[in-house]
Design a protein around this ligand. Structure first.
Ligand code: GLC
Length: 739
C-alpha cells in the first residue's frame, strides 16, 4: 500500500479504532472466537476494545495465527490485520545457544545466519515481529538476564546488535524475515545490586558512552521497533522518559519506527510513583512517544478521555497510529495478512538438517574452555568415560527464553556420547539433584522444567553409590553441573554466584575416586568458580547450548572440534567483586602503580581486583604466539590511517581458531578514560604451524568519546594500542593523535 493510502485509511478510522491499533494483548484473549471474559475482567479492559486490538503478544503456530487473523478480519470494519509479535530471541523450534554464549563465538556472521534461519522458521509459524535482539550491556553477573546479552562490552554488543537485526530482518521479504524489536531501551542491564527491575542510575556521559551505542547500532541497522525498558533512567522510568524516547531516539538517531513498551510497563508508572493512576500513566507514555501499550488497559481505557479533555492531541494519536500502520504495511500484511504462515512449511522446516547443523556449529563456537590441566582434554580414544550429574542426560539445554523451543529435539550430552563411544567405554548416572530446594524459583509462563527429583534419602544414597562406583571404574569422570534454567533469565537475579551447594558437595564425595576430571557447566551467567576450579582438571563452559548442545559438547571433548570460544563477560573471583569488567577506569590510586603504600590503594583486603577469568579469555587445544606488533606510523592525524600489523603463529600441531583482539587506551582525556577498550577483532583459522600477518586500520573515529563538554570527539594526546588473545594478555605499541 502507498503511504498516502495509509493516511487515507487512518482518516477513515474512528478514535476508538485508532486507539485499538495501539493496544497489544496476549493470547488468552484470542484462544477462542468468543470473548475471553476472564482475561478481560482481569486486565480491566473495556470489552469492545479487545476486538479493536492491533497486535497479539506471544501467540504462534501457523494454524492458530491463521485462525485468529481470519476471525479478526471477519469481525473488523476496517480490515486492518493483526500484528503477531513474540519473544524469538535465540531460536524458534531449533534453539541456538543463549546470546551470552553466541557472543563468545566472536562470529557476527554466524550469529546473523542463526537469526536468518530462525526468521524462516518463525515466519512459517505466523510470526511478524520478534522482541529481539536484547543488546543491553551487562557487567553484573548477579542479574539473571546476562544470558540474553552478548556481554559487557559496548563495541562488541554493537557489532552483534547490527548482525542480529540484519539476520532477523533481511530485506523484509515475507516468509523469511521478521521485524526486529531491539530491547530494552535503555540500560536495563545496570540495575542496582543486580536485582531484577531495580533502579538504574548513571551519568548521562556513562549512559551515552557505554550503554546507548548498541541500541543505536540496532537503529542504524534498521530495526523496525524499539522496546522501552522497565527501569528508570535519570530517575524517570524509561517508558515515560521523553528525553530518552523523543530527544535521543527519534531526533538524534532519526528512529521513525514503532516504540512498544515492555510488558505492562505503562501501568507500572503508577508503582514507580510518577503517575497517580492509569490515566496519568497513559498520558505520560503518550507524551513520551510510546506507540504500543503491551498488555495493560491504560491506552485502551484512558486515551479517549484524555483526547476529549484535550490533554493529548489527536495529532499525537494519529502519529502513533500511522507508525503502526506503516509497520504493518512494510511487512506486507495489507497484501497478505497471513504473510507466509503455513502449517506445512512449519513442519517442513522443523528439525531440518540445515538448522541442526547450524545449531551444532553455533554451539561449538560458543563453548569456552576455561581450564585444561594435565591435558585432560581432548579425551584420548579408548579411555573409559563416566558422565555424572543432573545435566548428564538433561534436555533442559535451551535456557529461559527459548519460549518455542522444541525440547524433544534437544540432544543430551549422554545421547551424544552414546552415538560415538562403545558401551563398554561409557557409563552415566544422574548422581545428584540440581538444587537443594526449588522453593522461590517460581515459574515462568511456558516453561515446564523436567527436574529429575531424588525424593528419598535411599534414592540419594543409591545415586551417590552408583556415582562413586562409576568414578572408580572410569579413566575420566565428566561432571555435568550447573544452574537450574529458572536461576537465570528474567527475574533470575542471584547473590550467590557459585554452583548449587548440593552439586559441589556431591562432587567432593566423588572426586577422590576420579583419576581425571572434567567439569561441564550449564549456566546463564558468569559463575564464581574460584574454589571448584582447583578440584578438577578441566572446565568447559557450555552455557545453555541449545538444541544441538550435546553434539557440540561431545565434538569439543573428543577433539573433533578445537575450542575457540572467548568470554564476553568477566567471571568474578568472588560475588563481592561484582560489577567487575575489563574496561574500567584507573582511579587515582591504582593498586599496581600507585605511589601510595599498598593498603591505601584501590583494592580489597580479601580479594584481587582482577576477575578469575577476564573478558576475551578462553583456551584452545592449539597454542599460538603473537609477535612483531608494528605501526605504520606513531602519529595519527585527522583523515589519516595507522596500519597496525601483528604476526600470529599457530605453534602447535593442531589447527584452530584465534580471536585476535585489538584494544586502545587514551592515556589522558578531558574526562577519565578506560584502561583499555575493545576497538576491533578478527577471528581467523590457522593450520598447524601456520603464521599469518594480521592488519588493523586505526582512525580518528576509534578514538572518539564524550568529552568534558559532551561533544563526541577525539582529543589530541598519547594512546596505547594493545593486540592479543585476551584483554589482559596483549602486545602494546604507542602512538599519538595530533591535529
Ligand atoms: C518480558 C520481557 C521482555 C519480553 C516481554 C514480552 O517481561 O522483559 O524482554 O520481550 O516481556 O514477553
Amino acid at each position: 500500500m502507498e503511504e498516502k493510502q495509509l493516511v487515507n485509511l487512518l482518516e477513515t478510522l474512528t478514535v476508538e479504532e485508532k486507539i485499538g491499533q495501539l493496544i497489544q494483548l496476549s493470547g488468552d484473549f484470542f484462544n477462542t472466537d468468543a470473548m475471553a471474559v476472564g482475561p478481560v475482567q482481569k486486565l480491566g479492559i473495556d470489552p469492545h476494545m479487545v476486538q479493536l486490538t492491533g497486535s497479539v503478544l506471544n501467540v504462534l503456530g501457523a494454524d492458530q495465527v491463521i485462525r485468529i487473523q481470519q476471525h479478526h478480519l471477519e469481525h473488523s470494519r476496517h480490515k486492518i490485520p493483526l500484528l503477531f509479535m513474540a519473544d524469538i530471541v535465540y531460536g524458534y523450534k531449533t534453539v541456538f545457544p543463549i546470546p551470552l554464549a553466541l557472543g563468545c563465538s566472536w562470529n557476527p556472521g554466524l550469529v546473523k545466519a542463526c537469526n536468518e534461519l530462525t526468521a524462516k522458521e518463525a515466519c512459517a509459524a505466523g510470526a511478524h515481529v520478534t522482541f529481539a535482539p536484547m543488546v543491553d550491556v551487562v557487567r553484573d553477573a548477579r542479574w539473571g538476564r546476562c544470558m540474553e546479552s552478548t556481554g559487557e562490552d559496548t563495541y562488541l554488543n554493537s557489532v552483534f546488535a547490527k548482525a542480529m537485526v540484519e539476520g532477523f530482518q533481511g530485506d523484509f521479504t515475507p516468509g523469511s524475515s521478521l521485524a526486529s524489536c531491539v530491547k530494552h531501551y535503555a540500560a536495563y542491564g545496570a540495575p542496582e545490586g543486580g536485582r531484577e527491575y531495580n533502579t538504574v542510575d548513571m551519568s548521562e556521559r556513562r549512559l551515552r558512552e557505554e550503554y546507548l551505542p548498541p541500541y543505536k547500532a540496532a537503529v542504524e541497522a534498521g530495526c523496525a521497533l524499539v522496546m522501552t525498558a522497565f527501569n528508570t533512567v535519570d530517575e524517570i522510568p524509561a517508558t515515560a522518559n521523553g528525553w530518552l524516547m523523543d530527544e535521543v531516539l527519534r531526533r538524534e538517531w532519526g528512529f521513525d519506527g514503532v516504540l512498544i513498551t515492555d510488558y505492562a510497563a505503562i501501568a507500572e508508572l503508577v508503582a514507580h510513583g510518577v503517575a497517580e493512576d492509569d490515566k496519568a500513566a497513559a498520558r505520560l507514555a503518550m507524551e513520551a512517544g510510546v506507540d504500543i501499550d503491551m498488555k495493560t488497559a491504560c491506552y485502551a481505557n484512558q486515551l479517549q478521555p484524555l483526547l476529549e479533555e484535550g490533554t493529548i492531541s489527536l495529532k499525537k494519536l494519529d502519529e502513533a497510529v500511522l507508525r503502526v500502520l506503516k509497520l504493518k504495511n512494510k511487512l506486507g500484511l495489507f497484501e497478505d495478512p497471513f504473510r507466509g504462515a503455513s502449517p506445512a512449511r512449519e513442519q517442513e522446516l522443523k528439525g531440518s538438517a540445515d538448522s541442526l547443523s547450524l545449531s551444532r556449529q553455533a554451539a561449538a563456537e560458543s563453548l569456552v574452555l576455561l581450564q585444561n590441566l594435565n591435558s585432560a582434554l581432548p579425551l584420548q580414544p579408548g579411555k573409559k568415560i563416566a558422565l555424572i550429574g543432573p545435566y548428564a542426560d538433561s534436555k533442559e539445554l535451551n535456557g529461559l527464553w527459548a519460549v518455542y523451543g522444541d525440547k524433544d529435539q534437544v540432544v543430551t550430552v549422554k545421547s551424544a556420547f552414546q552415538e560415538i563411544l562403545e558401551p563398554q567405554l561409557f557409563k552415566s548416572t544422574q548422581g545428584c539433584e540440581m538444587l537443594d530446594s526449588y522453593e522461590g524459583l517460581g515459574s515462568f509462563g511456558y516453561l515446564t522444567q523436567a527436574d529429575k527429583r531424588l525424593e528419598t534419602d535411599e534414592q540419594r544414597a543409591a545415586e551417590l553409590e552408583q556415582a562413586v562406583a562409576l568414578a572408580k571404574w572410569a579413566d575420566v569422570v565428566i561432571f555435568a553441573m550447573g544452574e537450574h534454567t529458572l536461576q537465570s533469565g528474567e527475574a533470575g537475579s542471584r547473590t550467590d554466584l557459585s554452583l548449587p551447594g548440593i552439586q559441589t558437595a556431591f562432587m567432593e564425595q566423588v572426586l577422590p575416586w576420579a583419576k581425571e576430571s572434567v567439569l561441564l557447566l550449564f549456566n546463564g551467567r558468569p559463575l564464581v568458580l574460584t574454589d571448584i576450579k582447583d578440584k578438577v582438571d578441566a572446565i568447559l563452559e557450555c552455557w545453555f547450548p541449545g538444541t544441538e548442545g550435546g553434539h557440540a559438547i561431545a565434538d569439543l571433548l573428543t577433539g573433533a572440534v578445537n575450542p575457540s570460544g572467548r568470554l564476553t563477560m568477566s567471571f568474578p573471583y568472588a560475588a563481592g567483586q561484582v560489577p567487575v569488567y575489563y574496561n574500567s577506569f584507573n582511579t587515582g590510586r591504582p593498586s599496581k602503580t600507585s605511589t601510595h603504600s599498598l593498603r591505601f590503594t584501590s583494592r580489597y583486603l580479601d580479594c584481587p581486583n582482577e576477575p578469575l577469568y577476564p573478558f576475551g579469555y578462553g583456551l584452545s587445544y592449539h597454542t599460538a604466539e603473537y609477535s612483531h606488533l608494528r605501526l605504520s606510523s606513531t602519529v595519527l592525524r585527522p583523515g589519516e590511517v595507522i596500519e597496525a600489523e601483528i604476526e600470529v603463529q599457530n605453534t602447535s600441531g593442531t589447527s584452530g581458531d584465534e580471536v585476535v583482539q585489538l584494544y586502545i587506551r587514551d592515556l589522558v582525556g578531558s574526562v577519565v578514560r578506560p584502561v583499555k577498550e575493545l576497538r576491533d577483532f578478527r577471528k581467523l583459522h590457522l593450520q598447524a604451524g601456520e603464521q599469518r600477518k594480521i592488519s588493523f586500520s586505526i582512525t580518528e573515529e576509534q578514538l572518539k568519546f564524550h568529552t568534558k563538554d559532551m561533544k563526541y570527539a577525539a582529543e589530541e594526546g598519547n594512546f596505547e594500542l594493545y593486540i592479543g588473545n585476551q584483554s589482559d594478555n596483549c602486545l602494546m605499541a604507542a602512538f599519538s593523535f595530533e591535529r
